[in-house]
Design a protein around this ligand. Structure first.
Ligand SMILES: [Zn+2]
Length: 265
C-alpha cells in the first residue's frame, strides 16, 4: 500500500487549496485560488493541472471555490465531488452539471474510501473528509465554527490531520473589525479559535497516532504562527515535530504519512 502525500498550496480567507495523493492520483481539496496562482504553486512540487482529475469541495464560499475554475473543469472533463446540499449553490456559481459528482455519505476514490461528514458552518454547512486507504487514514476539516461531538466521534484512528486554527481570541477582541464580523466568526458557525482547535487536536491525538498535524486557515489579521507555536509548546509539546502551520501566501512542504507507523517527515 502506498504512503499518503499531502501539501497545502495556501490556506486562509483569501484562498484555500490542498492536494492529496491517493494511490498515485492527485486529488484537489478546494479550489479557492486563481488559475495562475494555483498553477504556479503546483509547479513548486513539480505538478501540473493534468495531474489532477478529481476535486473535492468543502463548501462554496469564495475562498474555497473560485468560480473562475468552472470553465476549466468542464473543458478538462474533471470530476467535482460536492455534497448534494451544495448542488444548487454550485450551479449558481457556474459549475457545469456534467462536472458534478454528488455525494451524501461515502465516496470511492482511487481505491480509497472517503468518508464525508456534514458540519454546520453557514446555511448550507461545510464538509469534512476522512480519506481511508485501508492502511492509512487522513482527516481534513475547516471552517467549522465549533467542534461537534460528531467530529470527535468520527476523527479517530487517524495517521494525519489537516484542521482549522483560525484566530487568537485576544487578537480578535482587540482588532478593529466591526463587532458584527467578530460575532459572526466566533458565534459557533464561523471559525475555530486556536484554543478550540488545540482542544480538538489533543482529543484526536489521544485516539490516533498522528504523523502529520497541519493547521489551516490562519487569520491574517488575528493570528500568528508564533502564537500557535507557543500554544502547542505549552500544551502539546510532544507533537512539535509533526506540526505544520500553513500560510496564505506560500505552499507547504510535501508532507508524507507512512504505512507501518514510521514516524518521519
Ligand atoms: Zn474559508
Amino acid at each position: 500500500m502506498n504512503n499518503l502525500e499531502f501539501f497545502v498550496l495556501g490556506s486562509g480567507s483569501s484562498g484555500n487549496c490542498s492536494l492529496l495523493r491517493l494511490n498515485n492520483n492527485w486529488v484537489m481539496i478546494d479550489t479557492g485560488f486563481s488559475m495562475k496562482q494555483t498553477k504556479e504553486r503546483m509547479r513548486t512540487h513539480g505538478l501540473a493541472l493534468d495531474d489532477v482529475q478529481d476535486v473535492l469541495v468543502t463548501h462554496f464560499d469564495r475562498d474555497h471555490f473560485n468560480p473562475v475554475w468552472c470553465k476549466t473543469f468542464a473543458q478538462r472533463n474533471m470530476r467535482v465531488h460536492i455534497h448534494e446540499k451544495h448542488i444548487g449553490r454550485a450551479e449558481r456559481a457556474g459549475l457545469d452539471e456534467r462536472c458534478i459528482v454528488p455525494f451524501t455519505t461515502n465516496i470511492q476514490l482511487h481505491g480509497s474510501n472517503v468518508e464525508t461528514i456534514h458540519f454546520a458552518h453557514d446555511a448550507l454547512g461545510t464538509i469534512g473528509f476522512i480519506f481511508d486507504t485501508g492502511a492509512l487514514r487522513f482527516g481534513f476539516a475547516t471552517d467549522l465554527g465549533r467542534v461537534p461531538q460528531l467530529l470527535l466521534d468520527r476523527f479517530i484512528h487517524l495517521d494525519g490531520i489537516a484542521f482549522e486554527s483560525n484566530y487568537d481570541p485576544g487578537m480578535q477582541e482587540n482588532s478593529n473589525r466591526p463587532e458584527s464580523l467578530k460575532n459572526r466568526i466566533m458565534d459557533g458557525s464561523g471559525h475555530l479559535s486556536n484554543e478550540q482547535s488545540l482542544a480538538a487536536i489533543c482529543h484526536i491525538a489521544s485516539e490516533s497516532d498522528l504523523q502529520q498535524i497541519v493547521l489551516l486557515h490562519l487569520s491574517r489579521q488575528c493570528n500568528s504562527p508564533r502564537i500557535i507555536h507557543d500554544l502547542y509548546m505549552d500544551n502539546l509539546p510532544e507533537v512539535h515535530e509533526q506540526l505544520t502551520i500553513t500560510s496564505q501566501d506560500r505552499c507547504s512542504r510535501l508532507l508524507t504519512m507512512h504505512t507501518g507507523n514510521v514516524l518521519t517527515s
